[in-house]
Unconditional design. Structure first.
Length: 143
């Protein structure tokens, strides 16, 4: 089963998302959090990301989701620390972290391969949250 790594600048944000995913996808999906700095300040940490990837790594691979573009730098450094074999099983997604993680967790829970889990996460970026025709609410929203 594909494992998931949530990379976030905020430990509280990532822990809440991990809790949500466990309820949506069940306890079988391995989910690790690499969030904040080692002293729990806001930020990202390559060593924490390496540890998280290794914690959920398996033959089916690992999908890494991140909250902000600046986390990419830490992810890149973390990937350099992995062995070639480990790195070959990791896919980094540009999906929105909440929607992408939910979609990915559901796909992982039904045993889909890494390519399908990643594709479903990435497709979440195109999900429409608001209907095309809302009444005059909310005021000030320009669509």
């Amino acid at each position: 089963m594909v494992g998931l790594v949530l990379v976030s600048h905020s430990h509280r944000l990532a822990d809440g998302l991990r809790e949500m995913l466990a309820q949506v996808a069940g306890p079988e999906v391995r989910i690790a959090v690499a969030a904040g700095t080692p002293d729990r300040r806001l930020g990202t940490s390559a060593p924490l990301i390496v540890d998280a990837i290794r914690a959920v790594d398996g033959p089916d691979g690992t999908l890494v989701l991140l909250d902000l573009g600046s986390a990419v730098l830490s992810v890149e450094v973390a990937l350099e620390e992995l062995t070639e074999q480990e790195r070959a099983r990791v896919f980094v997604s540009g999906a929105p972290i909440v929607e992408g993680a939910v979609a990915a967790a559901v796909q992982a829970s039904i045993g889909r391969p890494l390519t399908a889990v990643a594709a479903e996460a990435d497709a979440a970026a195109r999900l429409q949250k608001l209907p095309d025709a809302l009444p005059d609410w909310p005021v000030g929203v320009d669509r």
